[in-house]
Design a binder for this molecule. Structure first.
Ligand code: ATP
Ligand code: MG
Length: 410
């Protein structure tokens, strides 16, 4: 332990998780999943293997120049409550002081007022936490002259006394919180080119779900813009989930058959029921436990309780609508924050309006929808649409939109 301080400082990033998520028998799996997700987020960033220490992840990095990238990447990993740059030191007070001095050398002196917070995992340490806080606070004051502020400091230094070493860390950066992607199982998210469904997908990832995205389109009956947008959005969402997957399904031919056999007023609901049937088939194939949409109650005239019932009736899986109680401006605010808003904003052709003369207000009842479906074979339409699907997985940077276009015209 002696000599660590003098043998050069290896910076460490310490990430903390929400304690509440750690309770119970799932903890080892939770931490294991989190480690894997952090490793994935840092796959092209130099670092040593991510290790678990109690309720923290410890990530040694080779030098301070990697810190800005690590800082950005960790802000994408759900389950991380907060994180900070730290130095590992020996347990002696001089060693801890030397560590603090080095940290200030690396990050600069406190930008304003400061305080020191000490926490002892090792309760037999000779100094109590308040004593440590006073001693180390004085040490920083002597070196920098910065003012102490115990209630609203600009910077908080943390010192954690473990059994065999101490960790001295700078200001904590807020992480995204939530649960590590994977611990809650898999869901299928219906991804349009709009603002809402990408936010719905983000929300499900944040609750620990591994998401398979499904996009429906009517190319070649309409322009291919929505497919390009879905690929862009999936790429972007891939930063929050290791191994993002997008399935693109052309439904233009099926929509044409439905349109030939039904009244215009029913078509939107019938198209939606088709989408839901296909999404459910994909969910079963993927072992997903639920289907998710970006619907929010009353947002547009079609998102009524009645329509939700008629559309939801074709799936026996839980149909989750994480945005059901959100206003449009709340959803937009979040889309801006997660970075999908600029992609969603690009105008596209909505496949739900093809083969419909005008956009009719649709309040179909379940009985009307079921009766209309007597005129065509829903299961055959599901199968023929799925036969033309394109699966995108692996590195999203390599995804080729022209594959989905070719599949739709095959
Ligand atoms: P969004 O902003 O997500 O497009 P929206 O407000 O436009 O939603 P609707 O067009 O009524 O609302 O769509 C409701 C939900 O149905 C979407 O959030 C999405 O989950 C699903 N959905 C609609 N169109 C498609 C599509 N082409 N492919 C996949 N899912 C779709
Ligand atoms: Mg839409």
């Amino acid at each position: 332990m002696n000599g660590r301080v003098d043998s050069g400082y290896k910076p460490i990033v310490v990430a903390r998780v929400h304690e509440v998520a750690l309770k119970g028998a799932n903890r080892p799996w939770f931490m294991h999943t989190l480690v894997q997700n952090v490793e994935h987020a840092l796959r092209d960033v130099p670092h040593e293997r991510v290790r678990v220490r109690n309720t923290r992840l410890v990530i040694p990095i080779p030098g301070l120049e990697t810190w800005p990238t690590v800082r950005e990447r960790l802000s994408w990993v759900f389950g991380v409550a907060n994180f900070s740059l730290a130095l590992e030191t020996g347990l002696r007070q001089e060693e801890i002081q030397a560590g603090l001095a080095k940290l200030m050398e690396l990050l600069g002196p406190p930008s304003g007022s400061y305080r020191v917070r000490a926490k002892r995992t090792n309760k037999s340490y000779p100094l109590t936490s308040p004593e440590l806080e006073r001693e180390l606070g004085q040490f920083i004051k002597d070196r920098t002259g910065a003012p102490v502020n115990l209630t609203e400091p600009d910077v908080t230094y943390q010192v954690e006394i473990l059994y065999d070493r101490a960790l001295v860390s700078g200001e904590a950066v807020k992480g995204p919180g939530g649960l590590p992607v994977g611990v809650s199982g898999r869901v299928v998210v219906l991804l349009s080119g709009g603002f809402d469904s990408p936010v719905a997908a983000y929300r499900m990832m944040k609750r620990g779900c591994f998401v398979t995205l499904v996009h429906f389109h009517a190319y070649p009956y309409v322009r291919p813009i929505s497919i390009e947008k879905a690929v862009e959005i999936a790429r972007h969402l891939g930063r929050y989930q290791p191994g993002v997957r997008l399935i693109v399904v052309p439904i233009g031919d099926a929509q044409r058959e439905i349109a030939l056999a039904s009244q215009p007023a029913l078509r939107v609901v019938l198209y939606r029921r088709l989408m839901m049937r296909i999404a459910t088939a994909i969910a079963y194939e993927q072992g997903a436990g639920a289907v998710v949409t970006g619907e929010s109650l009353g947002q547009v005239s079609s998102q009524t309780l009645e329509n939700m019932r008629v559309i939801g009736a074709v799936t026996d899986l839980p149909l989750l609508r994480p945005l059901v109680g959100f206003n449009k401006d709340e959803i937009l605010g979040e889309a801006i924050q997660i970075g999908t808003e600029p992609i969603s904003r690009v105008p596209d052709d909505d496949c739900c309006t093809v083969f419909i003369p005008r956009h009719p207000a649709t309040h179909a009842t379940l009985a009307q929808a079921e009766e209309a479906e007597q005129a065509f074979d829903s299961q055959a339409l599901v199968a023929s649409s799925l036969a033309q699907r394109t699966d995108y997985q692996g590195d999203p940077a390599t995804w080729d939109v022209t594959l989905a276009l070719a599949a739709a015209t095959r």
